[in-house]
Design a protein around this ligand. Structure first.
Ligand code: ARG
Length: 483
């Protein structure tokens, strides 16, 4: 019955069952329970401190809330769809538990600022957790890079062999992508970690609340500046999902390379059996299903982002129920990217690169043709002309089914008009890589420096994440709740 609902005062008719189902969000927002309860404890402490409720009422309420948390975590809590969402389930259960005093908890608060609070609290924890798993992926990439500093392999453009690089340089490229991802998540944290309570339904509250105290208790960096904006803003959710979509895109590109590298055609890497599956008909198969799934899940994370962008685009100020549709895409994107990162880290830690296969892939495909052109250009020939001359050299080799290394000094002399024997050393892939000694380049000395720098950045990040974890730990509130 609507009359039985927390908002049932003005209603005289029962809620239609289908309406109840469509309206209810408890099936998916119940996972906010911990942050909801902690937020309520902070709110009640503030109400007590301000004399808006008595200290006795405060204590009854916060003790009751702490007990509900225990009940939920012990699996003894009954979530009721007729109580609509996580907020009203907790509040109604509190009333069942402590009686009339529960009715005072919602003083100077609305579900509109409450849900904004809960999602912000939940998300800041999730940002730190996600950044932690990105760090794990980067640690695995660094491990692979450390072990492959001298492993030559072709670098590709257009998926065609292009120039020699070392495998470490390739892994470090992914390290940089995930570095940017991590900084995107942490940058979004600045706009997430802001306290909206006190905004009420849309227009604040007449009670003499202390928003600064609630901010401090919940360890937010600041408070929101406009009550209308505070209850209708989901930008921080969209930012998180954008960062998730880009991260998932990077994971997908990495996964695509693993799929390719696992083929017999490449055979650059072996993935542990535990991350592959077999075929139900072809006994010989070892399929890269896990990288394929990571690649495939990019589509759904993009979809989650598009869903919420679309939901938000036409909403007038301030809160609209449409915004309840933020949670499922948020949770889906957050869970998907977190699990893919976790699995990717474990898979990479145990991946075995095949240095011999990588090295052999350099032998065919004229990978040092650019070096030969550079050698000619170094003698003073304009690079464009040098490029043309080497094009002819390559055509000569193609006609004769030879590689550049098969050319004799005399042939080189004839083809280039320069001293062929002086050009021969330029064709060596090892010295090709060594010569690329520019900042950000693949020369071993640069790669070694990049590895040090990457390790340094990871350790600074680890410390930063540890600080955030302890800053966001709200266990102190649970102690205070029972005092
Ligand atoms: N379950 C709602 C949500 O997720 C909470 C806020 C509801 N507010 C309201 N006035 N109906 O957005």
């Amino acid at each position: 019955m609507s009359m039985g609902k927390l908002w049932g005062g003005r209603f005289s008719e029962q809620t239609d069952t289908l309406v109840e189902q469509l309206n209810a969000s408890v099936s998916f927002d119940k996972r906010l329970y911990r942050h909801d309860i902690l937020g309520s404890i902070a709110h009640a402490i503030m109400l007590g401190t301000q004399g808006i409720i008595s200290q006795e009422e405060r204590k009854t309420i916060t003790t009751g809330l702490a007990e509900l948390l225990d009940e939920i975590e012990a699996g003894r809590f009954e979530w009721r769809i007729d109580r609509e969402d996580v907020h009203m389930n907790v509040e109604a259960a509190l009333a069942d538990h402590i009686g009339a005093a529960a009715g005072k908890l919602h003083t100077a608060r609305s579900r509109n600022d409450q849900v904004a609070l809960d999602v912000r609290l939940w998300l800041r924890d999730r940002i730190v957790e996600t950044a932690g798993q990105i760090t794990a992926v980067q640690t695995a990439l660094l491990y692979l890079a450390n072990g492959s500093q001298t492993v030559l392999m072709p670098g590709y453009t257009h998926l065609q062999r292009a120039q020699p690089i070392v495998a470490a340089h390739h892994f470090l490229a992914y390290f940089e992508m995930f570095e940017r991802d991590c900084s995107r998540f942490l940058d979004g944290l600045q706009r997430t970690n802001v306290m909206p309570l006190g905004s009420g339904a849309l227009a604040g509250t007449p009670f003499p609340i202390d928003r600064g105290l609630v901010r401090k208790l919940l360890r937010f960096d600041g408070i929101t500046r406009n009550s209308l904006d505070a209850v209708s803003d989901r930008d921080f959710v969209l930012e998180f999902m954008s960062a998730a979509a880009i991260t998932q895109m990077h994971l997908s590109r990495l996964a695509e390379e693993l799929v390719l590298w696992m083929t017999n055609e490449f055979a650059f890497i072996k993935l542990p059996d535990g991350f592959c599956t077999g075929s139900s008909i072809m006994p010989q198969k070892k399929n890269p299903d896990i990288p394929e799934l990571i690649r495939g899940k990019a589509g759904r994370v993009y979809g989650d982002l598009m869903a919420l962008l679309t939901t938000m685009k036409g909403l007038p100020l301030a809160y609209n129920k449409d915004m309840q549709e933020d949670k499922e895409p948020l949770f889906d994107a957050a869970d998907t990217v977190l699990s893919c990162l976790t699995i990717a880290a474990r898979m990479l830690e145990r991946a075995e690169i095949q240095p011999e296969k990588m090295r052999r892939a350099i032998d065919e495909g004229f990978l040092t043709a650019t070096d030969l052109a550079d050698a000619l250009a170094a003698t003073g020939l304009p690079f464009r002309e040098a490029h043309h001359v080497v094009g002819k050299v390559v055509a000569y080799c193609v006609d004769r089914n030879m590689e550049l290394n098969d050319l004799s000094p005399d042939e080189l002399t004839n083809l280039t008009g320069q001293d062929g024997s002086a050009l021969i050393p330029w064709l060596d892939p090892v010295s090709s890589v060594r010569r690329r000694d520019v900042p950000g380049g693949p020369a071993p000395i640069r790669v070694a420096a990049a590895l040090d720098d990457a390790a340094q950045r990871l350790s600074v990040r680890q410390q930063h994440l540890d600080q955030l974890r302890s800053a966001f730990d709200l266990d102190h509130l649970l102690l205070q709740a029972r005092l």
